[in-house]
Design a protein around this ligand. Structure first.
Ligand code: HEM
Length: 227
């Protein structure tokens, strides 16, 4: 089973939606994107990571099919170059159609891939410096991208805030000008859970797409046994 499917299996709340509904949602998100954020740029490392995930699980010919469906005519994505957000949204939409997997599931799988491969393999030092355990990492997450900005100065990162901290849970506030990426955050949390070998559950408690000020997730983990 590929990473995207694993992410979906772990989040039952999400799986309630049927395929048609999910497809309609991503098209809605894509059209919001087109009308509002047409010129917003994103670093090429993101598209490169999408490519890496697809090729790893489905092979090069499927990636070429996805690029063609998305109308993307780029042979090699350059990590430090800026590409429009539209391109990334179109690639996710096309991957959803070609692989016949809801776009939200693609985004969740991508979140896991981002942590376990893109970040850990490419920026291990940054990841290690951010915490020795899942709760420590999450508490440091609000400052994380301020270090990434040193590598990518034009970064337009999201904002994270942590509230309601206990020894086994916290509320993660995700504040972003980019719509529709909440499933990506769910996948990121599952990726971090795997990275720290700490079972984690993620429940979205507030949803920006449904009128909330921003997305909020309740993240719960199993505390490490006392030594
Ligand atoms: C060293 C590791 C990381 C690097 C190099 C990195 C870099 C980036 C880059 C380049 C973008 C695209 C935005 C842009 O180009 O302006 C991005 C977006 C994002 N990153 Fe990170 N990131 C890292 C780790 C993380 C982690 C650990 C999380 C959360 C657990 C995270 C959450 C996000 C989210 C949710 C977005 C979507 C953008 C948005 O919501 O506006 N990233 N990051």
């Amino acid at each position: 089973m590929n990473a995207a499917c694993e992410g979906g299996r772990m989040s039952h709340w999400f799986m309630e939606g049927c395929w048609g509904f999910c497809r309609a949602r991503i098209m809605e998100v894509v059209s919001i994107k087109f009308s509002v954020y047409r010129n917003s740029p994103m670093y090429g490392m993101v598209n490169k990571a999408v490519e890496d995930m697809v090729v790893m699980h489905h092979g090069e010919p499927v990636w070429e099919q996805i690029k063609a469906k998305a109308g993307v005519d780029v042979d090699v994505f350059l990590s430090n170059e800026s590409y429009s957000d539209d391109m990334t949204y179109n690639l996710v939409g096309a991957a959803s159609e070609v692989l016949k997997v809801p776009a939200e599931q693609i985004l969740m799988g991508f979140g896991e891939h981002w942590v376990l491969h893109t970040a850990q393999e490419g920026y291990g030092g940054l990841m290690q410096a951010a915490g020795k355990s899942l709760p420590e990492f999450l508490k440091n997450l609000p400052d994380f991208h301020s270090r990434v900005v040193m590598i990518f100065p034009k970064l337009q990162p999201p904002r994270f805030e942590c509230t309601d901290l206990t020894d086994r849970s916290l509320k993660l506030h995700y504040i972003s000008h980019r719509p529709g990426l909440a499933p990506f955050v769910v996948g990121l949390m599952h990726g971090l859970g795997k990275m720290f070998k700490t079972p984690v559950t993620v429940r979205q408690t507030e949803t920006k797409d449904q009128g909330a000020v921003h997305d909020v997730f309740e993240v719960t983990w199993t505390p490490a046994p006392a030594v």
